[in-house]
Structure formats: C-alpha cells, structure tokens
Design a protein around this ligand. Structure first.
Ligand code: ADP
Ligand code: MG
Length: 592
C-alpha cells in the first residue's frame, strides 16, 4: 500500500506537528524524519497531525518526512512475554541494548517478541473442531511456572483444518482455520492496540480477596482479585516497597510491573533487583511469572504516557487465558506528568495545576480495564486483573489533582504517612484514613474460609485504633492522669496492635509474609491480651503488674514464628491465661 509522505512543520520536544497527513488517522503510529523515530498521532486537524514522539527529537527540523504505518500503537502478544523487560512501547530492553549499545539509539527496529526462538506447542483441539474468539487451541510451557495458552484471536471464527504439535517460532504456522473469509493460518502471536481494552464476555463482582501476606492490607484494608487500589505517599514513605511486596507475595499467578519513570536510579534499581527476586512460592526467580515495563530516565516523557497502556494490555492478555494477574504501576504520578507535558505542548486549556481536564477520565479508562471477568472462549474461564497504582503527590499533599482523581475511581486507599515512615512504622499505611470498600465482601469470604470470627476481630481492632486516637487527644489536652486504668489499658492494646501486628518488616525472612491463618492467630492473640488484662484489672490487679508480664514479650515476637510452626502461637494463648490467673490469685491475696 502506498501512503503519502507528510512533512514536519514544527518540533516542540516530544511533540511534532506535521502537514500533508490527510491519509493518516488519529492514533496511527508514524515514522518521523530520516531516523524513522517512532511516534503516534494524538490529534488530527485537517491534514495536520500532532505527533507524540517516543524517542529523542533533537536534530529533527521542519521539512523532515513523516510516514504513517496505518496501524495504531499495538503490542505483540504471545510466548516470549514472560521474563521480558520492555520499554513503554514494548521494545525489549536487552535486545535494544544489544543492537545499539548502552543507550537506546533512535529508530532502532527490534521486534517486541523474539522471532527466532522455538516453543513447544501442544494442541488442545482437533481437526474439525469449531472454534471462535478466545477458544484455547493449544498450550506452550513458557516458563517452569506459567503455561501460555494459545487463543483464537478476536473476530476469528471457524473450523480447524489442521493443527500440529511441534517446535515453532511465534510466526510459524501451527495450523489452519477455515473461516467465512477463507482459510487463515494460525500462529502463536497476536497483536492488540494498546489504547483499547481487550474484550471479554462479562464482568463479575470481585469478592474474593487477593491475599498479600501483608497484615495491614489483608486484615484491615483488603484488595480483591480483580480489584483496584492506590498507594499514595510522599517520597520515602514506602510505595515501592509495598509494590514489590505485593509483586512477590500476592496470590496472583502473573505479575505485570510497570516502572513508570520514577527517579532514574530507582528504575535502574528495579531493572537490577527484579531479576534477583525469588518467587517465594516456587523458589524460582520471580521473573518466571513477571513481565516488566520500565521507562528509564533517559527515555522521553511520551514513552511513559504509553507505558501504562502497554502494561495493562499485556495484563489483559494473561487474564484472557484465565489467570489472576496483579498489575503494579509505580508511579501513576509520573504518567500523569507526561500527560500534562504533552497537553501543555498541544496548548490545550489547562485544568487544575496544569493537568488536562481529561486527567480523571484517562485514569478511569485505565483502572476500568482491571476487574474480574468471564473471558471469551467456550470454557467460560474466569480471569482477573488487580491494579495497584502508586501515586506520588508532591509534598505528600493528598488534595492534589492526581491523588484526588485516583481516589474517585479506586476502591482501596492505602495512605502512606511520612510521620509513620519517619518513626519507622512500616508499612507506613495510616490506619485512620485508609480504607477498603471491598471489606464487606472479603469479610464474608474470610469468615467462611479462615475463621468465623475474622470480621468481628477486625472490627474490634479497628475500634481500638480509633479509640486510641480519641484518647490520645484527651491526653494531649488534660494529661495521662485523666484516664482511667481501663482506658490506659486500651492504649496499651492499641499500641500492641500497631507494633506487634501492623508493623511488618519487608526485609525479615519470616516477618515479610504472614498467611491468613497466622494473621488470624496473631490478631486474636493481641486482642486476647486485652480481654485477659481487663479480667485481671477487674479482679483488682494493678495495671502496672499486668503490663510487666513476661508473656507480653512473647506476644510481641509472635510475628517471627515461622509458618510451619504457627501452632506455637496457641501455646502463647495458654501461657497468657495461666500468667493472668497467677496474677489474679496473687493480686487477690495482696488486696485482702
Ligand atoms: P517510596 O517509593 O515511597 O519513595 P520506598 O518504597 O523506596 O519509598 O521506601 C523507602 C524506604 O523505607 C525503604 O528503602 C525501606 O528502608 C523503608 N521501608 C519501606 N517499607 C518498608 C517495610 N515494609 N519494611 C521495612 N522497611 C521498609
Ligand atoms: Mg518509589
């Protein structure tokens, strides 16, 4: 197909204006200049196109040729995705480095997925089978952990004419299908335009928790498989650690991690660290179930804008196979800044703090692509995407536009608090202002699957934390002497909830993860101390004596009891009752 060449008329950083583009369409990918820089048309007016260029535009000037590829920005989907690291427009970082040295040189053409590598394909359908969109026709054991399902692409329907087991590249023909448009070859790769959500049969209400092993998350502010959450917090408050912990521990089958242009060295850290991470469940490298999208700081701002779409499209593809996928974006603020910069260069009317008026709807479009769905395909399988976006509000000010727009969409808010981080209370999730709108549903699930009093214990813990805040206010006003012994005991129990339960060290071998069973036992123990202490107090024992009990130390260290030994927590229960009984009988004598 011959397409007319346009000409650059203006270059403004990553934004290029071109004329003579009447044959191109909005959202077409174009090649700009002699260097064939990759760009995307983000606005069309008559024959003039505004192009967001994903590579450095220095040296580019008026008159340079622009050609459209006639296709929208798309990703390649097929075996080879897992363990890959891509930039924001799905260029493989290692292949690019090999082709161009340390810096990604401009206009480099590297296919997203390896064209040479052979994968062992095993058909799961037979010749003569009728198949349609989403039907699984075969599998590839892509990594030791993940079986890649090969699916009939969108819009294709017909009868399998041939299909063979064997070792194929992603572009080899693995079979043929007879459709009403004729016979088509079947391959293991498909493409999808990133700005469009991949379709599914039906959306379901996400009610099952995504267990993360992080106590403050699972117990107080749970997220569901298919849920949406955000983690806002100032610099250094622990956003990245939270995201990494979830990548490692969440009970999702696949992880898509989008490192969205946080400070340059931080991205390099991700690129270095992720390949080192072990999957705790299998002992294999975590990368064996991870796709990494990284915008390093030497990449232009526009690539960041695209990266979250590239990431979520890949997540949707694995969801379509029936997997549970966890998607992290760190940080969506950097993405929003890219959006703001492009909007500014387009001279659009700025909204709040210079962000475009469509910031909220763009964010909603992104999070809307998460969820729990019945996938296309005859087997009616269910897949989920849980999306967790970090937000970096400047100065930690939650009233800024990106945080506010995000809070209007997501159902879980883990508010990281600079004060808590400063006091080294980690994860620094503020229990007073954070929330989860899934808690009713997950509570039922927990009651059925973990323990019937799970929700009661959670409520009790939340109430104590709230009471602590109220009592502290009174102490601030009139001093600790104004409090009764019972109130002082409440403060102690709340402190124990915070320090012995909510605080969790991501870098401690045992403490880094707590199963729901362990969380339940620990929570029950901390609250049990409160009940038992109250019993003693009422029997006339001095609070001071109760607080000096040796057992408290064991309660505090319960978090370090390993998963294969959690019965040891039950022993602390027994010992607690015994020590309280002893105090009461001793106290009884003293009081006589
Ligand atoms: P942010 O991404 O918000 O700038 P980081 O995630 O890089 O912050 O966290 C900053 C530091 O806080 C970490 O390097 C670590 O020392 C500490 N930290 C955060 N969360 C935890 C945790 N759960 N356990 C232990 N240390 C933590
Ligand atoms: Mg960070």
């Amino acid at each position: 197909m011959y397409l007319k060449t346009g000409r650059v008329i203006k270059v403004s950083g990553p934004l290029v204006m071109a004329e003579g583009m009447e044959e191109a369409n909005l959202f077409d990918v174009v090649r700009v200049g002699e260097q064939r820089l990759i760009g995307e048309i983000i606005e069309m007016r008559g024959d003039k196109a505004s192009i967001q260029v994903y590579e450095e535009t220095s040296g580019l000037g008026p008159g340079a040729p622009v050609v459209t590829t006639g296709a929208p920005l798309s990703v390649e989907l097929g075996p080879g995705l897992i363990e890959s690291m891509f930039d924001g427009i799905q260029r493989p970082l290692d292949a690019i480095e090999r082709a161009a040295g340390d810096f990604i040189s401009r206009g480099v053409e590297v296919p997203s997925l390896d064209r040479e590598k052979r994968w062992h394909f095993t058909p799961t359908v037979n010749v003569g089978d009728e198949v349609e969109t989403g039907d699984i026709i075969g599998v590839v054991q892509e990594t030791s952990i993940i079986e890649h399902k090969i699916m009939i692409p969108y819009g294709v329907k017909g009868k399998i004419l041939s299909i063979q087991e064997g070792d194929y590249t992603i572009i080899d023909k693995i079979g043929e299908i007879e459709t009403n448009k004729g016979v088509l070859p079947l391959t293991m790769m498909q493409k999808w335009p990133v700005r469009k959500g991949r379709p599914y049969s039906r959306k379901l209400n996400p009610i099952e928790p995504m267990v993360t092993g992080q106590r403050v998350v699972d117990t107080l502010f749970p997220v569901t498989k298919g849920g949406v959450a955000c983690v806002p917090g100032p610099f250094g408050s622990g956003k990245t650690v939270v995201q990494h912990q979830l990548a490692k521990w969440a009970d999702a089958e696949m992880v898509v991690y989008i490192g969205c242009g946080e400070r340059g060295n931080e991205m390099t850290d991700v690129l270095n660290e992720f390949p080192e991470l072990k999957d705790p469940k299998t002992g294999e490298p975590l990368m064996k179930r991870t796709v990494l999208i990284a915008n390093t700081s030497n990449m232009p701002v526009a690539a960041r804008e695209a990266s979250i779409y590239t990431g979520i499209t890949i997540a949707e593809y694995f969801r379509d196979m029936g997997y549970s996928v966890a998607l992290m974006a760190d940080s969506t603020s950097r993405w929003a800044e890219a959006l703001r910069e492009m909007s500014g260069r387009l001279e659009e009317m700025p909204g709040e703090e210079g962000y475009p008026a469509y910031l909220g709807s763009r964010l909603a479009d992104f999070y809307e692509r998460a969820g729990k769905v019945i996938c296309f395909g005859k087997d009616g399988r269910v897949g989920t995407i849980t999306a967790i976006g970090a937000v970096s509000p400047p100065g930690g000010d939650l009233s800024e536009p990106v945080t506010q727009a995000t809070l209007r969409i997501v159902k879980v808010f883990w508010g990281l608090d600079a004060q808590l981080a400063y006091r080294r209370h980690f994860p620094a999730i503020n229990w007073l202002n954070s929330y989860s709108l899934y808690v009713d549903n997950t509570g039922e699930w927990m009651n059925e699957n973990v323990a019937e009093d799970w929700s009661d214990l959670r409520l009790k813990a939340m109430a104590l934390l709230q009471e602590e805040a109220n009592l502290e206010e009174i102490v601030r006003l009139v001093g600790i002497d104004a409090l009764s012994e019972e109130d002082r005991l409440k403060l102690e129990v709340a402190k124990s909830i915070r320090e012995d339960y909510l605080q969790q060290n991501a870098f401690h071998d045992v403490d880094t993860y707590a199963s729901l069973e362990k969380q339940y036992k620990m929570m029950k123990l901390v609250l049990k101390f409160g009940d038992e202490a109250l019993r003693a107090l009422k029997a006339g024992v001095y609070l001071k004596e109760i607080l000096n009990m040796e057992i408290r130390d064991r309660i505090a260290r319960a978090k370090y009891i390993s998963e294969d030994n959690i019965g040891a927590i039950d022993e602390i229960f027994v010992e607690l009752e015994k020590q309280i009984d002893d105090l009461i009988s001793k106290g009884g004598i003293m009081n006589d």
